[in-house]
Design a protein. Structure first.
Length: 420
């Protein structure tokens, strides 16, 4: 490998790879495989990169819970003072269980139910990111029935030209999110007339795995224009939320650092009073985690060699789903000839692969680490093929904490009954 590993706290130790002060082989011996393993130091460093870049500004970094919603991960960010961006009542329950503060929670998503609105209002969340006129009406009604005003921002689609910024085109293609830029003014005017709605801010989120700061700066400029227009009509906002989306390195991408990414935005917002909010997910957790797995079988073939591992697409869906690339490394390479392998799981689907054409010097029974798996890994896992979900371990220096026990078949069959 010519470049450094993308997981910053992964180091070479005497018995193979270590995350911080813990040998991956020790984690496998104690807790089995497949297991997601996270580094507290890497989570903290990623969060602090945002905090440092935003120093001296009124700001709030709201971790996007959907990237990794395990209580152990949420508690690390809660202790660092993070806010949280949630997309369901279930995620709010997780944030509260992990010690997060309700008033630092923003609630995104196009399909909030009445029940979720009530729960969030009663908990006292900071802001609803409203995504349609119908949602605004419903929220006004629910807030009225509770006698508790609902703080809102509209999620506005700033319509940044995706052609000039191909990295984000997937983020803009779908139009189910947000309200059109051209409709935002009318919606704010309407919200201002509703008795149980309190206008608090404005929100946008233009896409994911962004590697270029330019489209964000363009979006921010458009949003600011709208904010000033609203102010001229007497509608003043307390906060401006620019969403998440900063990318990470999986292979050879060169994403900007948080400070490089934020610099043009901070320039754009210089001298303004509003609190500046962000909703990063992937960039806080993606490279703080890996999936530790063991090789069950090596299966040499005429055209391809297969390394069949005990993790599969149900554990980490991104390769099967998006053809995403994750670096795969041997935890302790053997003194055997390196060969090219298709790294595949046991699931009965041809799409069940974790990596194509990977050079590995390994034998049956060896451990592999699938890197950059901290974001959209565990949260997208499933029980397909009646596979129990992986355990999760959070490493903190020389200490390992099991933050999620391996699922058992008992867990998995709970609530099901055959016909009598
Ligand atoms: C998914 C999502 C995020 C986080 O996106 P990342 O690319 O993981 O940073 C932030 N805000 C909203 C509304 C989202 O849907």
């Amino acid at each position: 490998m010519t470049t450094a590993l993308p997981v910053p706290t992964l180091v070479q130790g005497p018995t193979g790879l270590m995350l911080e002060g813990v040998a991956l082989s020790e984690i496998a011996a104690r807790h089995g495989t497949p297991t997601y393993v996270y580094s507290r130091a890497a989570l903290t460093a990623a969060f602090e990169a945002y905090q440092t870049a935003l120093a001296g500004r009124k700001s709030l970094v709201c971790y996007a819970v959907k990237a990794n919603s395990s209580l152990g991960i949420l508690s690390v960010f809660a202790r660092l003072g993070a806010g949280f961006d949630i997309v369901s009542g279930g995620e709010l329950a997780r944030v509260l269980a992990a010690g997060g503060e309700a008033h630092k929670v923003v609630f995104s998503g196009v399909g909030k139910s009445r029940e979720e609105m009530r729960y969030a209002l009663e908990a006292g969340i900071g802001c609803f990111n409203v995504e349609s006129a119908a949602e605004l009406d419903r929220l006004n009604e629910v807030a009225g029935s509770l006698g508790k005003p609902a703080p809102i921002a509209f999620r506005v689609n700033p319509d940044v030209d995706p052609k000039t910024h191909p990295y984000i085109s997937t983020g803009l293609r779908s139009n189910k999110f947000g309200v059109a830029f051209t409709e935002a003014l009318a919606l704010y005017r309407k919200a201002a007339t509703l008795p149980h709605i309190e206008i608090s801010g404005i929100d946008c989120h233009i896409g994911s795995q962004l590697l270029d700061p330019a489209p964000m700066a363009e979006a921010a400029a458009k949003i600011l224009g709208l904010v000033d227009q609203l102010a001229s009509e007497g509608i003043r906002l307390d906060h401006i939320d620019l969403g998440g989306g900063l990318g990470i390195r999986y292979r050879d991408e060169e994403p900007p650092s948080a400070s490089t990414y934020l610099a043009p935005l901070l320039e754009c917002f210089a001298g303004r009073e509003e609190t500046l909010c962000f909703e990063p997910g992937r960039s806080l957790v993606g490279n703080a985690g890996l999936l530790l797995t063991r090789i069950e079988y090596l299966k040499p073939g005429v055209e391809k060699n297969f390394a069949i591992i005990d993790a599969a697409m149900n554990d980490l869906a991104r390769p099967a789903l998006y053809d995403a690339y994750h670096e795969i490394v041997a935890v302790a390479p053997k003194a055997v000839e390196a060969r090219s392998y298709e790294v595949v799981g046991p699931i009965c689907e041809s799409g069940d692969f974790l990596g194509h054409d990977r050079e590995l010097a390994v034998e049956e029974g060896d451990l592999l680490a699938i890197l950059s798996a901290g974001a959209y890994g565990m949260t997208m896992s499933s029980n397909y093929n009646t596979r129990t979900r992986a355990a999760e371990v959070l490493v903190d220096g020389a200490v390992m904490h099991v933050i999620r026990e391996r699922e058992t078949l008992e867990h998995l069959l709970k609530g099901e009954t055959p016909l009598p």
